[in-house]
Design a protein around this ligand. Structure first.
Ligand code: HEM
Length: 150
């Protein structure tokens, strides 16, 4: 099994990085869409349009990309037998936080689609920075942390 995974390893890494970009792009876009829906009156056509767009972003980009990143990341770790390496523990912890943020934000968008306004624009702008900060920490862990934490 590991031989097969090693043969396709470069493809696993390529897919992992490509879908990581899709996932992060979706996470950058979603708070923007939440800010646009704030201007729409609850129950209006405008609100329905934005909640439809948010639903598409979630179903077509965000959730599938997140699943593919997890599956390919874990498969690479199995292929290279990396689970004892400290940098990977830190990386997985950061990705768990990113996944929790994803789930929380999707929950907020569902509330907004029902006409609720749980977050104001300032808060949305602030939480919109979270994926960027986590991305920096994950990449630094991957390329710098692993030099010291093998
Ligand atoms: C729990 C989910 C994840 C796991 C288990 C995981 C695990 C891994 C593993 C084992 C590698 C291969 C390292 C190597 O070949 O030496 C890798 C590569 C990579 N991961 Fe992840 N990863 C996950 C999520 C993420 C996320 C969310 C990001 C970015 C935000 C990310 C960014 C990258 C990048 C850029 C590479 C390419 C490294 C290279 O070959 O230069 N990963 N990941």
């Amino acid at each position: 099994m590991r031989d097969v995974l090693m043969t396709i390893y470069p493809w696993l890494t390529a897919g992992h990085v490509i879908f990581m970009v899709f996932w992060l792009a979706g996470l950058f876009m979603l708070p923007r869409q939440c800010i646009y829906i704030l201007d729409a009156a609850p129950g209006s056509e405008e609100e329905a349009k934005w909640s439809h767009r948010m639903g598409l972003l979630r179903k077509i980009i965000l959730s599938p990309s997140m699943i593919v990143v997890w599956v390919l990341g874990l498969t690479q770790a199995v292929a290279m037998d990396m689970f004892s390496q400290g940098w990977l523990h830190i990386k997985i912890t950061l990705v768990v936080i990113l996944t929790a943020y994803h789930g929380w934000l999707v929950g907020q968008t569902k509330r907004m689609a029902r006409g609720e306004r749980p977050l104001d624009e300032k808060t949305l702008r602030l939480v919109g920075e979270i994926p960027g900060i986590l991305l920096i920490l994950i990449i630094v862990t991957l390329y710098v942390g692993r030099l010291y934490l093998v």
